[in-house]
Design a protein around this ligand. Structure first.
Ligand SMILES: Cc1cc2nc3c(=O)[nH]c(=O)nc-3n(C[C@H](O)[C@H](O)[C@H](O)COP(=O)(O)OP(=O)(O)OC[C@H]3O[C@@H](n4cnc5c(N)ncnc54)[C@H](O)[C@@H]3O)c2cc1C
Length: 549
């Protein structure tokens, strides 16, 4: 097509630059996702996912996300007269994204779906995380908060209708006057984020309020994302130890609860989402769960937000892969489309195979979460597979995104394209909700406290007739003995187990050319860089399967 006169440059013609990725269907255009939803008990959510896939894949959403990340939130600690206001101002694009994501129920679907709620929500989050990763933070905290708040039935009964509303209402007023609310969580303090037993914020009794005994909190939180949320789950120390509390930013009498936003973090990525440092000074809060049992109470919620980190990372890889396949189909080097160059094809096929394995593992963890209430084996699997996916998928995201960024050559390194943003986003899910080693320690804890998980894993990994999986299981069985005795080897055990579960899932559910490629890449001839798959016809089929239409 001839370029219009206004677009023609005086010095040269622009050629061999791919067109921008057009609107895509992030659900029906993604074969592996549709298959995963159908085998995870979330089929009834398909009509919803079909709508969301088209909506989130729309070109316009990409542009809104670009704006929200480009024009970052600003803190207004004081108004122009010097009164404290502790407000964060966002670009309108951020509010629009919040409207889209909360309007589509990314925070609520797990609790409102007829069946397979966690699997359905995980798929929905996979779709929306490919459009934007900034608003996924408030959406996932609001999703997880439901679990922790149910420890306080009267409070939960009052809040849940507003939490589960598929709407976004940013007004800083009391929750009863709002159509919808969002919930954050503030736990990390300067002296300890992983080791929350170091919590120094103090809670003192302050009489009875509408929902029972109340406390006044004094202290700080070193990281508090989405500080404009309506309420926060938090930790503070009482006489009996670290306890979970819930606080509202706006109180019933119309005043603001003391919640001082000291500054916003200047972050590597995740820039549309504000992350702050805050202080409490006689901040009114309601106790959640048993006194002195704050960490176990919040860990129930963290289990769900960890599932979210895994699917968010899988989505980041997926989006980068989609962009890379699009680019390499158009870009020509040395007389061929890049996608047809043998080494490039091997790189893309290798990443595509691993990307599908990450989706399969995370959807299986979500399915186990759904079945946990009625099936004890699934309960054990959920307890293990969620942190397993959190560790492994998040850990693999930075190197895979870096590889995909390189597929663009220099264009990949420039902020106007999406890859630079995905690259800056890539390490974050590995850090929050428990960093890598802490997740490994959690898995060691499961193996020590619930030894039956070994049988559940054996059943999940072994597939009749697969000598590869039998051999892998024997190795893992031995590693479990070692790690139960000494945590030192935990990372190797976790890596081997993740690969075994992923291969087992692909062998049972994916086409042979995908599972064979995974076995070659991760088990038979493991390699450190992507693209060492042997050239054969399967590579093209893998890339075609992964291309989103
Ligand atoms: C952008 C962003 C937003 C955030 N938002 C929030 C929020 O909204 N609310 C909130 O509460 N927190 C938030 N956090 C904080 C985050 O959860 C913590 O940073 C994280 O839990 C790690 O805690 P830490 O920073 O204190 O590191 P540390 O606890 O000091 O850990 C440092 C490293 O040591 C490792 N480590 C710790 N213990 C052991 C051990 N026993 N053996 C081996 N290795 C170990 C960890 O895995 C980690 O790699 C946010 C962080 C970021 C980056």
């Amino acid at each position: 097509m001839r370029e219009s006169a206004a677009r023609v440059l005086p010095t040269h013609e622009v050629t061999n630059q791919p067109p921008p990725l057009p609107s895509i269907d992030l659900f029906e255009g993604d074969i592996a996702l549709v298959e995963a939803v159908r085998r995870s008990g979330a089929e009834s959510a398909e009509p919803h996912l079909k709508r969301s896939g088209k909506h989130a894949g729309d070109e316009r959403v990409q542009d809104i996300a670009r704006l929200a990340h480009r024009y970052q939130p600003e803190l207004h600690a004081f108004d122009r007269f010097g009164h404290r206001q502790d407000a964060v101002e966002f670009h309108p694009a951020y509010h629009e994204l919040m409207q889209l994501v909360f309007g589509d129920g990314v925070h609520s679907l797990a609790w409102t779906a007829r069946e397979g709620g966690h699997a359905a929500r995980t798929a929905l989050s996979y779709i929306w995380n490919q459009a934007d990763q900034g608003v996924n933070c408030p959406a996932s905290m609001t999703y997880g908060a439901v679990k922790a708040l149910r420890n306080h039935p009267p409070l939960s009964a009052a809040l849940e209708p507003k939490i589960l509303a598929n709407a976004y209402d940013p007004r800083p007023i009391h929750f009863r006057d709002k159509s919808a609310i969002t919930i954050g969580m503030a736990m990390t303090e300067k002296q300890g984020g992983s080791d929350l037993r170091a919590t120094a914020t103090v809670a003192v009794p302050a009489g009875d309020g509408e929902f029972g005994p109340e406390y006044l909190l004094t202290g700080h939180k070193w990281f508090c994302s989405a500080p404009m949320s309506d309420g926060f789950l938090t930790l503070a120390r009482t006489e009996k130890g670290v306890t979970c509390f819930f606080l509202l930013r706006s109180l019933a009498d119309g005043t603001r609860n003391p919640f001082f936003i000291q500054r916003l973090k200047d972050k590597l990525g995740n820039r549309s989402n504000a992350s702050s440092e805050i202080e409490y000074a006689d901040t009114r809060a309601i106790q959640i769960g048993d006194e002195g049992r704050g960490i176990p109470t919040l860990i129930e919620m963290a289990h769900l937000t960890r599932l979210e980190t895994a699917i968010s990372s899988a989505a980041i890889i997926r989006r980068a892969l989609t962009e890379a396949i699009h680019h390499t189909r158009y870009r020509r080097t040395f007389q061929r489309a890049l996608v047809d160059q043998p080494i490039m094809q091997s790189v893309l096929a290798d990443v595509a195979t691993e990307s599908e394995a990450h989706l399969a593992l995370t959807m299986r963890a979500a399915q186990a979460q759904d079945l946990a209430a009625t099936d004890s084996t699934e309960a054990l699997l959920s307890r293990f597979l969620v942190p397993l996916a959190k560790f492994w998928v998040c850990k693999r995201t930075p190197p895979l995104v870096a590889e995909l960024l390189e597929c663009f050559g220099g264009n990949g390194y420039v902020e106007e394209g999406l890859l630079a943003r995905l690259y800056r986003e890539a390490p974050l899910n590995g850090i929050w909700e428990g960093s890598g080693n802490v997740i490994c320690l959690d898995l060691v804890r499961v193996l020590r406290r619930e030894p039956q998980v070994r049988d559940a894993l054996r059943g999940e990994i072994r597939v009749p007739g697969s000598a590869t999986l039998n051999a892998l299981w024997s190795e893992i069985d031995g590693l479990i003995d070692q790690v139960v005795a000494d945590e030192q080897g935990a990372r190797w055990l976790v890596e081997r187990t993740a690969i075994a579960v992923q291969y087992s899932l692909l062998l049972r559910h994916a086409p042979d050319f995908v599972s064979d490629s995974f076995r070659a890449s991760k088990i038979d001839r493991p390699h450190l860089t992507m693209g060492s798959l042997k050239a054969d016809a399967a590579l093209r089929r893998i890339v075609e399967r992964a291309a989103v239409s």
